[in-house]
Design a protein around this ligand. Structure first.
Ligand SMILES: CC(C)(COP(=O)(O)OP(=O)(O)OC[C@H]1O[C@@H](n2cnc3c(N)ncnc32)[C@H](O)[C@@H]1OP(=O)(O)O)[C@@H](O)C(=O)NCCC(=O)NCCS
Length: 180
């Protein structure tokens, strides 16, 4: 599946993307506000990561895209929805490489993936979580229309510190792009 927005092309991830993913996600500033990206990024491990996520995608547990620029096809980040099939809900997650921060790409990609989460995958709820200190991330959630649901206190221990996690969500019935 390929999603096109004004400036971006969201396409399936492939093993050939390993090197660039490792380079962008290997930046401490990208890893530090996520709860999952390892740091230092183990050399050569992006390939295993990609194989692992492609398997999860095949099982319907994950929807994942490489975020690329429409013009140059350069990768600028990753975006995904972790699907919880039993509860018919998905957790949205994303990162954008540091050279591309603040250009609106995160918001543009998140909007597109929110739409297919409801329209194509028929999820009942899409939610996302961000460190309360990560304004860029919770602003994306607000900008795509997710509503603040609460804060999980000191929920994540990362690089020697505890972080509060803000949770934002949207129900299918509240998604304005759906024709009921
Ligand atoms: C968080 C992240 C995805 C933001 O992506 P982005 O493409 O730069 O975001 P956008 O350009 O779409 O900006 C969205 C909003 O966040 C704001 N923003 C972006 N980066 C910011 C920063 N470092 N500090 C404060 N605000 C920031 C923008 O100004 C915009 O808000 P506004 O409309 O009120 O001005 C990106 O910084 C990133 O990947 N960080 C590391 C990984 C990460 O934290 N992922 C999310 C885990 S929950």
């Amino acid at each position: 599946m390929i999603l096109e927005t004004k400036r971006l092309r969201l396409r399936p991830l492939s093993v050939g993307d390993s090197e660039r993913i490792e380079e962008l996600a290997g930046d401490y500033d990208v890893a530090k506000t996520t709860s999952t990206i390892p740091h230092p990024y183990p050399k050569g491990s992006a390939k295993d990561f990609i194989l692992h996520v492609l398997e999860a995608a095949n099982k319907g547990k994950l929807v994942i895209f490489a975020i690329t620029l429409r013009g140059t096809h350069e990768i600028v980040g990753l975006i995904n929805i972790h699907v919880n099939q039993a509860n018919n809900r998905g957790e949205l997650g994303y990162w954008i490489g540091k050279p591309f921060w603040g250009t609106g790409y995160g918001t543009e990609a998140a909007n597109a993936v929110l739409a297919i989460g409801f329209k194509k995958f028929k999820l009942n709820k899409i939610y996302a979580q961000a460190f309360t200190s990560n304004r860029g991330s919770w602003r994306i959630m607000e900008k795509i229309g997710l509503t603040y649901e609460g804060t999980l206190k000191q929920h994540i221990y990362r690089f020697g510190e505890y972080f509060d996690l803000a949770v934002y969500g949207m129900l299918r019935e509240d998604y304005v792009g759906i024709t009921k």
